[in-house]
Unconditional design. Structure first.
Length: 752
């Protein structure tokens, strides 16, 4: 009987049935290859050698082992690794395969590149050849044969790498096409491990069996950097190393490329970091592609190109998601409000199609897909009025690099789209009530200002830049305010000659104070602003009673509309106090200045420049009323505070400014000289010979009333020079509307 069984076994041994397959032939049951498993060599098909430089990531390894342990006991198990391209998914899967082979030498191990149907078919053919099957067949016959053969093995591991196009495996297509998932083996003793950039891969294995592969931990990234550059990180360079890894977002691919470059070129960490932080050389550093024998030779190893695959999948699925991704690539990478993403999705140019889905549904789809591809992540913050997101910084660099090198037209389109959506959301009125809204968009406003030169709407963009400059200066961020003001100046200096100062007189003749009051009413903020400008002019002309009457009306307006603790109200109160001082009504001025200083301290803080200025003004009044010691004490306190908040200004400049401001007999001219010196310290490029745009923009950027006096003093007489004598009688009107028209009305109405 035994001979008959062996004979039967001999006759079927060349078939494709696996070990332990029961075959019934009449009254005889034969187990194919029975008794030969112990001596059979396991099939081992991995495309890469072991990675000796892999850095252990204990948390991830523990999760994988937990999901796949049961397969060693004869059960089927599946799991999926998903995460951003370059996060190390393939290397982790490769490491698991070698560990599994070491722990279980009898386990058959196969690897399939699953990025497209062609590579999937090619690797199934290789498996067929290795298993002794007919590998020349194509299509479904090949897939079915290989699937059944693997499933018949006693213990096996199949790794499906880079399964990024999940439509091939039936995800999201609703049975419209033949799914390759039908040909993935499942059976006792089997293990299937997937890797993908798309979180939706978990739908193929179960939501609890997905393992997200994100960036490395700090110590893990430091180990990888030291290993790839073949040099330990010294104590003297540990700080630069931490900054470098933070800039690289602790992404394994980026760290590997940086370490390999440093090793090959003998570049120090400090030098590499400095190049990476330079805008011009950043792309050159990140586009480097060092050879890696653990990656496929026909796949780009560059950080700036590794996400092209994911971006292509997104565009194939949804054009609007693709558009939003490229628009927010030009924003700041952190704290992107939901409202900005919504505005980007609604920013349709003429001729573009709009979605038939509801706005909420479209927004949900966009955010879900960008999160599933790990391009954005939601911030977990308490007490916030709306959700916000972070975008991977390196993904932003990569998108901007691709657009800049491949299609300048698209670069302009998406950069200006980002500028447009931030401009539309940034408040036009800078008050304490709009402060939180301004804070939400401020960093994004700075970022999009880099591309302001690309905008076709120069006036609108300049107005936006001025609004942002006013916001920063309003709350004491003078350096940022000066930067945004300079961007506006540079933009306007390149604008056609038709808005240069020589043509302003034509604009002023249209936007007179009477026209403003007629159009908006006497209590409209445009008219009030113009009246406040008249107050400054009247003070310079010694018309103090008229200035006082207008200022009292303006103060009443601000108190009624905004309340006493609004910045513009306090400014109006300070101006009225100065008018009292101009008339030598020092007791009234002192009372109002004390109140003003208290309000500035409460609303803005004692270190705010406006508070310090109010302190210096009160010190002057104390000295003028005979309280010399109190005045000097307050003056020294103000100078100390200003030096603390303006550390870049040399101490001798501060002393000079305050000494001049405290000189009673020359108080008006001293203020002008002090402002000039402060201007030259803060903005060395702004000289007297420049166009008045400079002073105008800096006036609004610094929110200093004295700056307006400088503008009038320097330019108002020149505007009417050469005109008939009667025209010079209108100089006060020109002076009265100059600030308002150019900085407010002109900016607003020129775009209507």
């Amino acid at each position: 009987m035994a001979n008959e069984i062996m004979s039967a076994d001999h006759k079927i041994s060349s078939n494709a049935f696996g070990s332990n397959t029961q075959i019934h032939q009449g009254d005889t049951t034969v187990i194919h290859n029975y008794g030969s498993n112990a001596s059979r060599k396991a099939h081992f098909m991995l495309p890469f050698p072991p990675n000796e430089n892999i850095v252990c990531r204990p948390e991830i390894i523990a999760k994988i082992d937990k999901h796949l342990t049961r397969s060693k006991g004869g059960h089927y198990c599946g799991a999926a690794l998903w995460g951003l391209g370059g996060s190390g998914k393939t290397q982790i899967a490769l490491d698991y395969a070698y560990r599994r082979s070491h722990e279980d030498p009898a386990c058959d191990i196969f690897w399939v590149h699953a990025d497209n149907k062609t590579s999937f078919t090619r690797d199934y053919q290789r498996i067929a050849r290795n298993l002794g099957l007919d590998y020349k067949v194509n299509g479904e016959e090949l897939f079915v044969t290989v699937c059944h053969r693997i499933r018949s093995l006693q213990r096996w591991l199949l790794i499906l790498d880079n399964a990024d196009d999940l439509a091939l495996f039936g995800v999201g297509v609703g049975g419209q096409i033949k799914s390759l998932f039908e040909y993935i083996p499942h059976g006792p003793g089997g293990t299937v491990l997937w890797t993908s950039r798309d979180e939706q891969i978990v739908s193929l294995v179960g939501s609890l069996r997905g393992v997200q592969i994100s960036h490395m931990g700090i110590e893990e990234a430091e180990s990888l950097l030291a290993m790839t550059r073949r040099d330990d990180i010294g104590a003297d360079e540990i700080q630069e190393a931490k900054l470098l890894l933070q800039e690289l977002q602790w992404l394994p691919l980026a760290v590997f490329q940086a370490g390999s470059y440093m090793r090959r070129t003998s570049t120090l960490i400090k030098k590499y970091l400095s190049k990476l932080l330079e805008g011009k050389s950043r792309w050159d550093m990140l586009k480097q592609s060092q050879h890696d024998r653990h990656r496929r030779p026909n796949v780009s190893n560059s950080v700036l190109e590794t996400w092209n695959i994911s971006i292509s999948h997104i565009r194939k699925e949804s054009e609007i998601t693709y558009k939003v991704l490229h628009t927010i690539a030009y924003l700041d990478s952190e704290k992107i409000p939901l409202s900005l993403i919504l505005a980007a999705s609604n920013d349709n140019q003429p001729g573009q199609e709009t979605s038939s889905h509801s706005e909420e549904e479209v927004l949900r789809m966009i955010i879900s897909r960008l999160k599933e591809f790990s391009f954005i992540s939601e911030r977990k913050e308490e007490n916030c009025d709306e959700p916000s997101f972070d975008m991977h910084k390196l993904v932003q660099y990569a998108i901007r690099f691709q657009l800049h090198t491949e299609d300048i037209t698209l670069e302009t389109y998406f950069a200006t789209a980002a500028l447009r959506v931030v401009t539309s959301l940034f408040p036009k009125e800078i008050t304490t009530k709009t402060r939180r809204v301004c804070e939400k968009y401020a960093t994004h406003a700075i970022q999009v200002s880099f591309w302001a030169d690309l905008s076709e709407h120069v006036i609108t963009t300049s107005s936006f830049l001025i609004d942002v400059a006013v916001y920063f200066s309003f709350y004491g961020a003078l350096e940022r305010g000066a930067y945004m003001a300079k961007r506006a100046v540079d933009l306007l200096n390149n604008y056609p000659v038709k808005i240069y100062p020589k043509n302003w007189i034509c604009i002023f003749s249209v936007f007179t104070l009477a026209r403003l009051e007629q159009a908006f009413g006497k209590d409209h903020h445009c008219a009030i602003t113009t009246k406040e400008t008249l107050v400054w002019i009247y003070r310079d002309q010694g018309r103090y009673k008229e200035a006082e009457e207008l200022q009292i009306k303006g103060l009443s307006f601000h108190q009624k509309l905004y309340g006493e603790k609004e910045r513009c109200t306090i400014d109006a109160m300070a101006e009225l106090a100065s008018i009292y001082a101009d008339q030598k009504r020092y007791d009234e001025a002192k009372k109002l200045k004390i109140k003003t200083l208290a309000l500035y301290s409460e609303v803005l803080g004692e270190r705010h420049p406006a508070t310090v200025d109010a302190m210096g003004s009160l010190a002057e009044t104390y000295i003028l009323t005979g309280m010399v010691e109190e005045g000097k004490r307050l003056e020294l306190e103000a100078m100390s505070l200003l030096q603390n908040v303006s550390g870049d200004i040399p101490p001798h400049e501060l002393r000079l400014k305050f000494n001049e401001m405290a000189t009673i007999c020359e108080i008006k001219s001293a203020k002008r000289r002090g402002i000039w010196r402060l201007l030259e310290v803060l903005s060395p490029k702004f000289k007297k010979g420049r166009r008045p745009w400079v002073l105008l923009i800096l006036f609004w950027a610094s929110n200093a009333a004295c700056m307006w006096k400088m503008l009038v003093f320097l330019w108002a007489p020149r505007l009417t020079k050469g005109y008939p004598g009667q025209a010079r009688e209108y100089v006060p009107i020109v002076e009265a509307i100059l600030s308002h028209i150019v900085s407010l009305a002109f900016w607003r109405f020129a775009t209507v």
